[in-house]
Design a protein around this ligand. Structure first.
Ligand code: GDP
Length: 193
């Protein structure tokens, strides 16, 4: 199955009727700058659907996209951005916590994006722990594999597997188009005929 349509619906900052309308939710989360918006854009074959954390504006909200007129991609704000104020960081953390923990919304899957070259960081581990406590269905996307030197590829991927091996891990490059089909199949698998 392919992604044939993708449309921005709205940004939410709290309880919202559309998140209760029964449409399955696939959430995307990652540290600021891991390439989360690039991953969403590459998956949906759209250049500017999701907005980079580096762009002011929509990035402090939870952005909801309707995919194939049947599922929501729920794009959480990037966390751990050093350049915003402590208060701003706390607000983002609270918003993410609300969506995953306090609210009763169900995520069919959470696409947890890390930077493959950097590897899993302490702040990634903290976020992951919160999601694990909620028994979420997590898929790891190791983005930016194109940045890894060939001589270091095995070692870098081994680190990721040692740390996150109990999850499905998709090596990905939104820049080079690596992993797109695999990730799309994982997201849409239940809908395959
Ligand atoms: P976000 O803040 O997580 O939404 O990240 P963006 O999608 O805005 O990407 C942050 C930076 O990483 C941008 O400069 C992108 O061009 C770059 N980037 C994203 N994906 C890739 C990738 O797969 N490979 C490489 N080399 N760079 C990437």
């Amino acid at each position: 199955m392919n992604i044939t349509s993708a449309k921005f619906i709205k940004g939410v900052v709290g309880e919202d009727q559309i998140l209760n309308d029964g449409t399955p939710q696939i959430a995307f989360i990652g540290r600021s700058n891991v390439g989360k918006s690039s991953v969403i854009n590459s998956l949906t074959k759209q250049k500017n659907l999701a907005i980079s954390s580096n762009t002011p504006g929509r990035t402090r909200e939870i952005n909801v996209f309707l995919i194939n007129k049947s599922i929501y991609f729920v794009d959480l704000p990037g966390y751990g951005y050093a350049k915003i104020s402590k208060e701003g960081r706390n607000q983002l953390r609270e918003l993410i916590h609300w969506y995953f923990v306090t609210s009763t919304y169900h995520q069919e899957k959470i696409i947890f994006i890390i930077d493959a070259e950097v590897g899993p960081t302490k702040i990634d581990a903290e976020m992951l722990r919160i999601l694990e406590e909620q028994h979420k269905n997590i898929v790891i996307v190791a983005n930016k594999v194109d940045k890894i030197k060939p001589s270091q590829y095995t070692q870098k991927m081994q680190i990721i597997h040692d740390f996150l091996g109990h999850y499905t891990i998709v090596p990905y490059s939104s820049k080079k188009g690596i992993g797109i089909t695999e990730l799309r199949d994982i997201i849409l698998e239940k809908r395959k005929k």
